[in-house]
Ligand binder design. Structure first.
Ligand SMILES: [Zn+2]
Length: 419
């Protein structure tokens, strides 16, 4: 049997170990009976120790970097070769599921374990990273681990504080890290050939397609805007319908246009009006002003910005027809992160081999790959999760899917690891 065709027994064994290790990591929690593991906490330290042991058992050299990521390296044929870096995060939201993040680290260890068991080395070294903080649960800033490794940690992050007023710098000292050495976590570009992240989908698409695995095309970009329609408040009894400048009626017309226009723009774009305030907000007063938010996301910035402009133009038209004034300010904008095309191609071929069909889909949620993509080609593989539920203790995957995930990741590493 070739390395790439992991036997059924071997795959089932790997899957069982993945599930057991996800369960074991889930016991390292700050809250009894629920999983909460945040950056620079005692549970973070315990998780790093446990994952470090597993990496060591798979024949890896292990270290903790200067921002608290746990890292391991399995040398290639030639010592010092550039590495395929596999990983995801080990921190969680509050009352979290046990697969979001952890699954990507634990399946990666299985891949190296298999290489180690066969005493096989590739042209590239294989490294694994368990990122220290992706979710931002403790300090409200996200991607601390991957921004440390990619060398894009903003200096002001050290001053950010948690709910108890403890700064990142102080928490690092308490953890045994030196905040003056944050920069030492940064890896040189030539040391890493590509970053590969396996993650649960956190959405319902794979389940709907009856597939275990999918290829991620891009991590969605997003824009958030504060918008308002201004009209004229007036007496609900005395102002005739033809004389009104009803801000809420205009906003509602626009919300219907947002939904229709976004649907028409294709299945990968999403737009949401999540908040609406109506002033003065009385049963017998025509609404004089409405403020609302727009959140719009998609995997390609050009298409995203074109849809956004179309929706804003429509708002302007609706406002003009109704004698209202419309305004909008973008207060948050993050570009889309495209996954590397040739890695996507390799993943498609791998998925054809392991599950007979490949499906490509964008990621609606953010991931460590966003920070890694600043310097390196990134590839992402999604694993089906039950009901698309995540950030919730009900988060669930099947052992069979975990087995397919390990096989797919192994085949991908085998393809990319040999030049
Ligand atoms: Zn995650």
């Amino acid at each position: 049997m070739s390395f790439m065709e992991m036997g059924a027994a071997c795959s089932a064994q790997a899957a069982a170990r993945v599930m057991a290790r996800c369960d074991e990591l889930a016991t390292l929690s700050a809250t009894p009976g629920a999983l909460t593991r945040v950056y620079l906490s005692p549970q973070h330290r315990q998780a790093n120790a446990l994952v470090g042991e597993w990496m060591q058992g798979a024949g890896m050299r292990v270290w903790q970097d200067s921002v608290g990521n746990i890292c391991g390296r399995y040398e290639g044929r030639r010592t010092g070769a550039s590495a395929l870096l596999l990983g995801s995060h080990l921190d969680t939201v509050r009352d979290a599921g046990r697969y979001d993040g952890m699954l990507g680290v634990i399946t990666a260890i299985e891949v190296v374990q298999h290489l180690h068991d066969q005493q096989r080395r590739l042209d590239h070294a294989i490294e694994i990273v368990g990122f220290a903080d992706e979710e931002g649960t403790r300090f409200g800033i996200t991607l601390l681990g991957s921004r440390g490794l990619s060398g894009t940690w903003p200096a002001h992050w050290l001053d950010e504080t948690d709910a108890d007023g403890i700064s990142v710098a102080q928490a690092m000292l308490d953890f045994g890290l030196d905040p003056l050495k944050v920069g030492e976590a940064a890896r040189a570009r030539h040391e890493i050939a590509a970053y590969l992240e396996l993650h649960i989908e956190q959405g319902p698409c794979l389940e709907g397609e009856n597939l275990a695995l999918g290829v991620v095309t891009a991590i969605n970009g997003a824009r958030r805007l504060n918008c308002s329609f201004k009209g004229q408040a007036g007496h609900a009894g005395t102002v005739p319908m033809g004389h009104r400048q009803d801000a809420l009626a205009g906003a509602v017309q626009w919300m219907a246009a947002i939904e229709a226009g976004t649907r028409a723009a294709g299945p990968q774009l999403v737009a949401t009006v999540g908040t609406v305030q109506c002033h003065p907000g009385a049963v017998n007063v025509i609404p004089g002003e409405v403020t609302l938010t727009l959140d719009i996301r998609g995997p390609e910035d050009v298409a995203l910005d074109a849809l956004l402009q179309q929706l804003l133009d429509q708002a302007g038209t609706i406002a003009a027809q109704r004698g209202l004034r419309f305004s909008a300010q973008t207060y948050y904008s993050i570009p889309a992160t495209p996954c590397d095309k040739s890695i996507q191609q390799s993943l498609e071929e791998v998925l054809l081999a392991v599950q007979g069909r490949s499906l490509s889909l964008p990621s609606g949620a953010g991931h460590d790959a966003i920070a890694m993509a600043d310097h390196w080609p990134v590839g992402m593989l999604f694993v089906r999760c039950k009901g698309g539920i995540s950030h919730n203790p009900a988060e669930s995957i099947s052992a069979a899917d975990a087995g397919l995930a390990v096989q797919a990741l192994m085949q991908l590493v085998n393809r990319l690891g040999c030049h």
